[in-house]
Design a protein around this ligand. Structure first.
Ligand code: G3P
Length: 224
């Protein structure tokens, strides 16, 4: 499982890079806009915080295949490193994906809501497909079920394309995707924290500290 951070917030990126086994960062136009700052400076800063090896997914804002390819090439040139261009599923997006595959530029096909969309994106050469779990759950769909079917259909057709599940609002949605065999998830810093948090863990840790202090006071193993 690859844990990716879905944010453009540098503070969150620095924090999560230090404390979690992070594989990279994903952004989209809404996430970038939320930071209210210069696009190129922000994306360059994200790259410099995560380094060249971790994945950075940056979305094109173009609407024609030709311009998507042009924008992808400029992003690749200026940002470099382990980079994927996010492209929403659609005719122009598929055409751009086929072109970018020939050019050796990685693609994450995004705004995926059905297994059929994911299958055709993978056939076009997308490296990742990004289904939106919570947005499906919000309309009484079943986001994790859709993710499970995408995993299944890509395996059945032996396609070398990973599922990057996105749009999460709680840790349970993430876990259901993990159980479905989804290879990667992109989540907020709050969800990473929710994944590792459990009240019984807090009780257990408090008990260890109380028992230790009763016997050894404030001394730690380093001081014994
Ligand atoms: O990049 C896709 C993902 O960020 C969408 O999440 O929370 O806007 O549904 P959300």
């Amino acid at each position: 499982m690859l844990y990716i951070l879905d944010t453009g917030n540098l503070k969150d990126i620095r924090h999560c890079k230090a404390f979690y086994p992070l594989a990279g960062v994903t952004t989209n136009p809404s996430i970038i806009a939320r930071e209210k700052t210069d696009f190129w400076n922000l994306v360059k800063d994200i790259r410099s915080v995560i380094g060249a090896e971790k994945m950075l997914h940056v979305q094109t804002v173009q609407t024609t295949a030709e311009k998507m390819v042009e924008e992808a090439q400029i992003i690749k040139e200026r940002i470099g490193g382990n980079l994927y261009i996010k492209i929403p599923i659609g005719e122009e997006g598929l055409k751009a994906t086929m072109e970018l595959q020939k050019l050796g530029i990685g693609v994450t096909m995004t705004a995926i809501f059905t297994p059929a969309q994911a299958l055709i994106a993978a056939k076009a050469g997308a490296d990742f497909v990004a289904p939106y779990v919570n947005r499906l759950d919000n309309i009484i769909g079943d986001g994790s079920r859709v993710v499970a079917e995408i995993v299944q259909v890509l395996e059945a057709h032996r396609l070398d394309c990973k599922v990057l599940a996105a749009s999460f609002k709680n840790a349970q949605q993430v876990h259901k995707c993990a159980m479905a065999g989804c290879q990667s998830v992109t989540v907020s810093a709050d969800i990473l924290k929710a994944i590792i948090t459990h009240p019984m863990t807090d009780v257990a840790v408090a008990g260890f500290q109380k028992d230790w202090q009763a016997a050894y006071g404030e001394q730690t193993i380093l001081e014994l």
